[in-house]
Design a protein around this ligand. Structure first.
Ligand SMILES: C[S@@+](CC[C@H](N)C(=O)[O-])C[C@H]1O[C@@H](n2cnc3c(N)ncnc32)[C@H](O)[C@@H]1O
Ligand code: SF4
Ligand code: SF4
Length: 391
């Protein structure tokens, strides 16, 4: 079935479970076949190992004592089998391989071969330090460069900045990895997580990318406590992102895929607030539009646990474990998961906030992790000076 039509079916199917549908949606409902079930995901985010050869200061996993240990990971042949299963039984079309460091997984070539033979869109997120010339050539023999991309993480334009975050001897190896991939004919996208250490280097990123023949850049938002010394100053991020955008705008071939800024950042900033206050905003959006819409993607962790996304990686939001059940069984119980419930902000301060149509109260998974409820704000919001939620 065409994925757009399926998305419409899913949307109305989910909505009609809790609300009567009206207007266009009611008309559309008649086309939903009898016995229709919410679709299987078509995007797989696959963490193929927990192991990593680096110990980056900002890394999500750095505070966890079991981090980077592959002891609980599925075995190599189980991961290869899963790759085949997701192609044959789930019909995924896109896959992102990540970790840990995906090139620490010896089975990566077997896994990639399965996805490549089936013409999947493949994105590999890597620190690139393990991609020598031979590895790049092996990858070139395996993958179609037109539908494969390497997202390489660089955390400083200058070597010392990058190594402050990613550790000694990480910069030259990453740059060599990038060069090897480019020489082998691959498209490389640069992944840059904005922190207090590198925020001043944002405007330099354009020249850095040009020097290395990179045409795609993504700025990542740091996920860390508010108090973390790595948190960048918001004013600095806005100022330096603006300088970067100025450079990028003159180059039609270059793509800034995302900034690290969200609506909530503009609301915390005087100039941003002025801008947003000049927009006419409607009232509270329909509950359904506050729902997380990333349900056509699924994340499989190296230990077999299944989540909707990385933000949902917590015990209560885990959909199940592939060590205990097969994927279709796990996916069929997803309506019990808090993230599949209708989101209601009635008891949250967000209800009376005029910015809710833009902000949408933030990420449901983050709201749940902080408040044990999706009916709260997913932000540490000071707009209403409330810490985000009174729910
Ligand atoms: C977890 S790493 C895994 C892949 C590979 N090891 C790498 O570094 O690219 C994926 C991406 O997440 C980013 N990342 C790690 N910890 C983060 C955090 N606390 N907040 C935001 N991004 C983070 C990394 O910089 C990297 O770009
Ligand atoms: S290389 Fe990636 S997984 Fe490893 S510590 Fe750094 S961010 Fe984390
Ligand atoms: S109060 Fe809620 S809706 Fe308003 S800005 Fe804060 S998080 Fe967003």
């Amino acid at each position: 079935m065409n994925s757009y039509i399926q998305t419409c079916f899913d949307f109305i199917f989910l909505k009609k479970k809790s609300n009567p549908v009206t207007g266009f949606e009611a008309k559309f409902k008649q086309f939903i076949p009898e016995g229709y079930e919410f679709s299987l995901p078509y995007q797989l985010f696959f963490k193929i190992t927990s192991a990593c050869n680096l110990r980056c200061k900002h890394c999500y996993y750095s505070g966890d004592s079991t981090a980077y240990s592959p002891h609980n990971d599925l075995r190599r042949e189980e991961l290869v089998h899963l790759a085949q299963y997701f192609v044959d039984e789930i019909n995924i079309t896109n896959v992102t391989l990540t970790g840990g460091e995906p090139f620490m997984q010896k089975g990566i070539y077997d896994i990639l071969a399965i996805f490549a033979q089936n013409n999947l869109y493949i994105n590999i997120i890597t620190n690139a330090t393990l991609i020598d010339k031979a590895a790049a050539q092996n990858l070139a023999a395996l993958l179609n460069p037109k539908i494969s991309i390497f997202s390489v993480s660089i955390d400083g334009v200058k070597k010392e900045t990058h190594e402050k975050i990613r550790g000694n001897n990480s910069y030259d190896r990453a740059i060599n990895g990038i060069n090897n991939l480019i020489q082998a004919g691959f498209k490389v996208m640069l992944n840059f997580t904005v922190t207090s250490q590198n925020v001043e280097e944002l405007p330099m990123l354009y020249d850095f990318c040009k020097r290395h023949e990179i045409k795609d850049l993504g700025l990542n938002r740091l996920e860390a406590d508010k108090e973390s010394p790595l948190q960048p100053d918001l004013e600095c991020v806005i100022k330096n992102t603006a300088l970067l955008i100025e450079k990028v705008n003159n180059d039609k071939e270059f793509h800034l895929k995302n900034t690290s800024l969200k609506t909530i950042d503009f609301l915390k900033n005087a100039r941003g607030m002025e801008l947003i206050n000049s927009i006419k905003l409607d009232g509270l959006p329909a509950d359904s539009s506050l729902r997380c819409h990333s349900h056509q993607r699924v994340e499989i962790c190296a230990d077999g646990r299944v989540y909707l996304c990385s933000a949902a990686e917590t015990k209560d939001l885990c959909l199940g474990s592939l060590k205990e059940n097969d994927f279709k069984t796990i996916w069929s119980t997803r309506y019990n998961n808090p993230l599949f419930k209708e989101r209601k902000l009635e008891n949250s301060v967000c209800k009376n906030c005029r910015y809710v149509p833009l902000c949408k109260a933030g990420c449901m998974a983050r709201a749940y992790k902080k408040h044990k409820s999706i009916n709260c704000s997913g932000h540490e919001c000071k707009i209403l000076d409330c810490g985000g939620c009174n729910g």
